[in-house]
Design a protein around this ligand. Sequence first.
Ligand code: TEU
Length: 588
Amino acid sequence: NAKAAWWKEAVVYQVYPASFLSTGSGSMPGWGDIRGITSKLDYLKHLGVNVLWPSPIFKSPQVDMGYDISDYKDIDPRYGTLDDVDELIRELKKRDMKLIMDLVVNHTSDQHAWFLDSRSSKSAAKRDWYIWQPAKYDDNGNRKPPNNWGQILGDANSAWAWDKETQEYYLALFTPEQPDLNWRNPEVRAAVHDVLKFWLDRGCSGFRMDVINLISKVDGYPDAPIINPDVAYQPGNKHFANGPHLHEYLREINEKVLSKYDSMTVGEMPFVHDWDEIIKVVGADRHELNMIFLFDIVSIDDKPNDFRMTLREWPKKEIREIQTMYQRLMLDRDGWNSLFIENHDNPRSVSRYTSDTDEHRAICSKLLCIMQTTLAGTLFVYQGEELGMRNLRPEIPPEEYVDIESINYWQKMKKLHGNDPAKLEEARKLLHLKARDNARTPVQWTGEVNAGFCAPDVKPWMMVNTDYQTVNAQAQRTYNSNNDLSVLQFWKRGLQQRREHGDVFVYGDFQLLDDQHECVFAYKRVGEDGEAFVTVLNFSGKEVSWSLPESAKVGKWVVSNYSKAAPENATSGVLKLNPWEGLLGRNI
Ligand code: TEU
C-alpha cells in the first residue's frame, strides 16, 4: 500500500495525567503522576494501543490544567521530573510504543518568563512577543477593550485583559492567565521551533498541537458579529480561526523541524468547516500537518457559531452525515483525518451520543466501539472510553465542579438568572450535560475506595464518579456477569480486528449503505484486495427494521454488542435490530 504510514495505523491513547493514576511520586497527593502512566504501559499494550498522548505535563500554574505552560522544557513537579519522562520514553520503546507531547503554543501561561518580560514595560525586549493594544474609550470616556471578542473559557468576559502597569490590553483568548503569543514575530516562531526540537531530540515522536489554527489573527482586530445580544462579548472565531498566515507558519514548522524527524502531528482545529480550507492543512502534498481534530461531532450539541456551553437538540442521523463527510475527505481528496469522539474537553461519549443508563451503558459503549474501530482515520481513544466510563451523575451540585470553564459558566448563570429558579435549573442541567469535568474524573481501576486511582487515605484532586464500584477496569478484566465480553474486552477485540484487517478498516474504501434512515448508520468497508466488511449501527433506543442492500450481503456476522456468540440476525433481506444494536459482518 503506497499510502501506508505508521501514524495512519496508530491507535493513540490520550491520558489526562492528573486523573490517570497517582502513585504518590509527584509533589501533590491525590494527583496523577508520570510514574503512574509508566506503570500502566502493559495494560495499554494489551489493549492494543501504540502511541501515548498525555495532556500537558509541563511546568504550569494549572489555571487551565496545564494548558497554561510556564516552562516548555521542564515538567510540573505535581507530575514528577524530566527523569520520569525519560524513563517513560525508555519503557515505551521497549514495548514498541511511541510518545507524542501536547504542544500548547497559541498561548503561554502569564507566569512564563517570556510574558513576565513582555509585561514588564512597553520597551521590554519581549514586549512584541505577545499581542498588546491600546484601550478604546466610549463617549463618556470609559475605558473599553480594543474589540468585542469574548473569552473562550468564560464567555461573560472580554478576551482582552487590562495591564495596569503598562496601561495596555493584551489578548488572552482563553483566560487572562493564558496570553496569546504574537506569531507575527519571527523570534516567537523560532522559540517555538526550538521547543519542538527539544522534545523530538529527547525521544518523543510528534505532537498534538493545541488550538493550532488560532495562531494567526486578522490584522486590525475587527469586532465580531453579535450572536447573543444579552452579553457584551461575542465569539470572535472568524477573526482568528485559520487566519491569514496559518499555512505559512505551519509550513515553516514542517520545513525547519518536522521534516527532519520521523514524527506525527495532529492539530486541534476548532471552528472550521470549510473543506477547501481543511484540505490545505492535511492534504498529502501540503507538508503542513498529518491530521487534525475536527469539531463537528464533539460540538454536535452546541448552538451553531456560539460558545460551547450552549445546548441544542440534534437528530441522530447527523452522526452518520458528519462521519461520511470525514471519510470522503480522506478518500476523495487525499487528506487524512483523526477519529475521536472523546477527549478531556467533552462529556463522555456513551452519555452524549447514546444512553448511559445501567441497562444500556455497556451495550452503547460497545456500539460506539464498533463504529470507532471500523472507520478510516487515525484512531484516538480517551482514557476510560475503553471502560465505558460515563458522565458525572446528575445530582452532583454545580459547586463541586472544578473546571475553570464550568466555574465561570455557573457564576455567570447565577448572576444572570439568580432570581429565576426555572432558568437556573436549565443552566444546571446544561452544565451537567456539557461540563468538561465529566471527562476528567479519575480513571476507575478498581472497586476500592478512590477507585484505585490513589491511596484510600488520600483525597483525589477531583471527585471520583459515584459509579466506580460497578464501572471499573478490574471488574472488566474478563467476562461480565452474563458471561459476555466486558466493554474493555470488547475494545481489545475491536482493536485487534482493526490491526489484522488494516487494509480494510484503516485504508479501505467507505461506502455508505443508507443516506435516508433516521437512526441507522450502515456502511461497507472494502480493502484493495476485495476483502470487505459491513457495519450496521442502530443509533436509537428503539427496535428497528432495516434492509440490507444487495451490495452488502453478509456471509457471517462476526461481532454484535448483544452477544458473544455469532449473532443470529438475518444475513440478507430485512434485519431486526435491537435498541442500540451494532453489528459487524463479513461481506460476500
Ligand atoms: O481546547 C480548545 C478548544 O477550542 C475547546 O475544546 C475548548 O476547550 C472549548 O471550546 C471550551 O469551550 C484546547 C484544550 O484542549 C483545552 O483543554 C484548553 O482549555 C484550551 O485549548 C486552551 O488551551
